[in-house]
Design a protein around this ligand. Structure first.
Ligand code: SF4
Length: 288
């Protein structure tokens, strides 16, 4: 069964990322299946699961044993050796002590409702649901930590550089933050940023010898800070309602760029009337 994203409710919150690229891509993805499994996607899922288990309080040994047991069913294409190395380095990093993360936030469901834009003929809001990775305490070791602020972080295992990822995933991060804020459990929430877990596999340039060497725990550059407030996030998503309204109206603004490499369509054939109409028709149809 196809899951349609533009009108059908609820949409996947991560689908918002396509809005930062090209509305042709958004309309096309409206007809995609829920998830595309491949080695890179499965590796990301496996590393994320390892982090979740760690912050739930499991020992590293238990984390790795659980990953091994779950792999055949949950992330069959993930390379277990790379998963174990990445997860082990994450767990050994003193910045990731289990207690820095709010346990209830792990994979917690968040919901975002974007009101309908005045130009949107559907009259329907856009509703998206997702599961955030983790929220960290601003002051994890204080008794009053529940009232001293929080940071939302999202872990990504992609190859892109961290700064680039902040832009690529800005809509998703902002949407998680608004959804988490709406829960009312995280006063003083800020967006921490992206944890680029691939950084745990990088070698470090030694400042004395200039040679590359394996990094010590806590040394890898993996935290890329956003520091956005919840109000900033509203501003970041301000144009999304307009973009959704335009697609629902039948207007697609094709925006070619590097992201075309990941699009199943080809530019400029994607701009052909028949191709555009096909995707618009599907995107407008409610999920069945
Ligand atoms: S090929 Fe590029 S321009 Fe065309 S729909 Fe895909 S992302 Fe947009």
């Amino acid at each position: 069964m196809k899951k349609l994203r533009i009108v059908g409710e609820p949409n996947r919150l991560s689908a918002l990322n396509s809005f930062t690229k090209c509305s042709g891509l958004v309309a096309m993805r409206a007809t995609e299946e829920e998830s595309v499994s491949g080695p890179a996607a499965d590796l990301g899922t496996a590393v994320g699961r390892g982090q979740e288990l760690w912050h739930q309080g499991k020992t590293l040994e238990d984390v790795l044993a659980t990953l091994k047991a779950e792999q055949p069913k949950e992330f069959p294409k993930a390379n277990l050796e790379t998963t174990n190395k990445t997860v082990t380095r994450y767990c050994n990093d003193p910045r990731n002590f289990p207690e820095v993360v709010v346990t209830r936030s792990l994979e917690q469901e968040v919901r975002l409702v974007i009101p309908c834009h005045p130009e949107d003929p559907s009259g329907q809001p856009y509703e998206a649901v997702g599961h955030m990775d983790q929220i960290r305490y601003a002051y994890p070791y204080e008794k009053e930590r529940e009232n001293m602020g929080f940071f939302l972080w999202d872990a990504k295992n992609g190859k892109a550089e961290g700064e680039e990822m902040l832009g690529d995933y800005a809509f998703q991060l902002a949407a998680y933050a608004l959804g988490a804020d709406a829960l009312g459990e995280y006063p003083g929430l800020l967006v921490g940023g992206i944890i680029r877990t691939k950084g745990y596999m990088s070698r470090i340039k030694d400042s004395e010898t200039g040679k590359l060497r394996a990094g010590y725990p806590g040394e890898h550059k993996v935290f890329f800070h956003a520091g956005w407030t919840v109000d900033d996030c509203r501003g970041i998503l301000a144009n999304v309602a307009y973009m959704i309204g335009q697609i629902r109206k039948g207007q697609i603004a094709h925006t070619p760029g590097a992201h075309c490499r990941y699009c199943p369509l080809d530019f400029p054939s994607c701009t052909a009337d028949n191709v555009r109409e096909k995707h618009l028709r599907r995107a407008r149809r409610a999920r069945k």
